[in-house]
Design a protein around this ligand. Structure first.
Ligand code: ADE
Length: 230
């Protein structure tokens, strides 16, 4: 079984539209939709916004369904001039940009316990995710890079430049780095694909409102193709 997690209604609705639904089950206050995509057994859930909601959703999914892999799908803010609205970012790793114990001597972003700043994604799953996105969207629209996760909607150039400079990130969002940590701790394979809805700058809220649906649609289409190939 493959687990699919999105944060928002539209992100998950786009997945469910491509899924033969079988049943719904509620656990930890989250609805898990069980069914198939292209004959492949899946469980899809809307985790809600932010790191805690995402962690609860991923951990409950792992304990209840023991998926062979979890895929995180959704939209993100693009960081850097090349990462444009409508482009796709496939995570090469995740950081939690709001994790900061540097006051006690740690590297910024260090997740103590894991002793990592960059949480890895899984291979060959991520290579397959990148290959699928490049095949369907064209190489020039697809980026592979670090995605920065934190409990903030980034809409400020200063903040986004700090995230880019500290972590070499090419996109920001609010859940992936948390799901990555849960998967890493449980030994569950993990990949993430995000479609860019805004540039995480002062215009981000307006762009996000305009492009969220279209970007969620693109991301779901790619994930449905990916799942058939896992
Ligand atoms: N998801 C989409 N755009 C975002 C942004 N600018 N900051 C955080 N999460 C996002």
């Amino acid at each position: 079984m493959i687990g699919i997690i999105g944060a928002m209604d539209a992100e998950v609705e786009e997945i469910l539209a491509r899924m033969e639904a079988d049943r719904e089950e509620t656990a930890s206050g989250i609805v898990y939709h069980v069914g198939t995509i292209g004959g492949k057994e899946c469980v899809a859930a809307k985790c809600g916004v932010g790191k805690v909601a995402a962690a609860v959703c991923a951990q409950t999914m792992i304990l209840r369904y023991a998926p062979e892999a979890i895929v995180n799908v959704g939209v993100a803010g693009g960081i850097g001039p090349d990462v444009r609205i409508g482009n796709i970012v496939v995570a090469s790793g995740f950081v939690q940009h709001d994790m900061d114990t540097s006051a006690v001597g740690d590297e910024k972003g260090l997740i103590s316990g894991l002793n990592l700043v960059v949480i890895p994604v899984s291979e060959p799953l991520s290579a397959l995710t990148l290959e699928t996105a490049e095949r369907l969207c064209g190489k020039q629209k697809v980026h592979s890079g670090i995605i920065a996760t934190g409990d903030q909607f980034i809409s400020d150039r200063g903040r986004l430049e700090r995230i880019r400079d500290e972590f070499d990130a090419c996109a920001c969002e609010m859940e992936g780095g948390s799901i990555a940590q849960v998967c890493y701790m449980n030994g569950t394979a993990f990949t993430a694909l995000r479609a860019i809805s805004d540039n995480a700058d002062e215009a981000a809220a307006v762009s996000y409102a305009e492009f969220f649906r279209e970007s969620a649609h693109t991301a779901a289409e790619l994930i449905a193709e990916l799942v058939k190939k896992i």
